[in-house]
Design a protein around this ligand. Structure first.
Ligand code: SF4
Length: 298
């Protein structure tokens, strides 16, 4: 791996172990990484016994978006957000809808752009008339150092910050990271540990804790997205269980986005029918949610 690509940006949230091995404390996977090897997210690499945030300063995607596209329908509606993402993800969802960014390591991809510093990101956001910066596309947890540096500058310059995340993060980094975010959309993939274990290589409990923490401790604006996949997480019982948890822990005023899945990569099960989304919407409205939105319908 070239020095240019990884920029020698030392990661935070890791421990040194014997033999040059490091243990990453950023997410519940807690990867133990030998020298020269990558963490499971393909965004953090052990170089000479130090954990390097390989994608720091190397956005794989930057774009000006309507904030509704993230999706945020109840936070600064009508405004433009400067979206930025890198490579890698700390979950390995078989049905990933964004594989190009989530499964590539920075060193393997020919699209890696030159270094763009946090002040340059803020300048671009202002130049394009954006009201906020959105950390999105791939999982922002895996570029936490870059995102936090950008977020601090954004706040100094009067821009708001929004996070689109899977919520799979440990408590210590979560406390530092989430308090810098004015709004978050957390992907609650299913109300099932089995689903997270078997399809995503993760677990549900830390995601629920992230939702709760952001709502109750940070007291930021929170929206929830639930991608529905036929036969996997779309039973009325599971949807109802998820919604009842949201009602009890986050409140009925929480905006809920039900989103349709489409076949991708090696996961080629049929797309989510529109009827499934309407069914989920009906359950949500019956429970008492009023901010219910359907997305990704073609
Ligand atoms: S952030 Fe990446 S390297 Fe760190 S524990 Fe999670 S998957 Fe492993």
């Amino acid at each position: 791996m070239s020095a240019q690509v990884h920029n020698n940006r030392k990661a935070r949230f890791f421990n040194h172990l014997d033999g040059g091995v490091v243990e990453c404390r950023l997410c519940p996977r807690r990867c133990r990484i030998k020298p020269g090897e990558w963490g499971k997210c393909l965004a953090r690499i052990n170089i000479d016994g130090e954990l390097i945030a390989a994608t720091y300063g190397h956005p794989a995607a930057m774009q000006v978006d309507p904030i509704e596209k993230k999706p945020f329908l109840w936070f600064m509606p009508g405004s433009k957000t400067f979206s930025i993402g890198t490579y890698g993800c700390n979950l390995s969802c078989q049905f990933c809808q964004n594989e190009e960014l989530s499964r590539n390591a920075a060193e393997n991809d020919g699209h890696v752009v030159p270094f763009i510093s946090p002040p340059e990101v803020i300048s671009l956001a202002r130049e394009y008339g954006c009201s906020s910066v959105a950390f999105t596309y791939n999982e922002p947890t895996v570029f936490i150092e870059y995102a936090m540096d950008i977020a601090k500058l954004a706040k100094e310059s009067g821009l708001r910050t929004v996070l689109v995340t899977n919520g799979y993060i440990n408590a210590e980094p979560r406390a530092e990271f989430y308090k810098l975010m004015d709004a978050a959309n957390i992907d609650l993939k299913a109300f099932s540990e089995f689903f997270y274990n078997s399809l995503c290589g993760g677990s549900l409990a830390p995601v629920l804790e992230s939702c709760r923490y952001y709502k109750k401790t940070v007291e930021g604006h929170l929206e929830i997205t639930n991608l529905l996949i036929p036969g996997r997480n779309d039973s009325p019982e599971m949807i109802e269980e998820l919604l009842k948890w949201v009602k009890g822990e986050l409140g009925l005023d929480t905006p809920i986005h039900f989103s349709a899945y489409y076949p991708t990569g090696s996961f080629q099960e049929p797309a989510t029918p529109a009827e499934t989304l309407y069914m989920a919407e009906g359950i949500a409205r019956r429970i008492g949610f009023s901010r219910v939105h359907l997305g990704n319908l073609r």
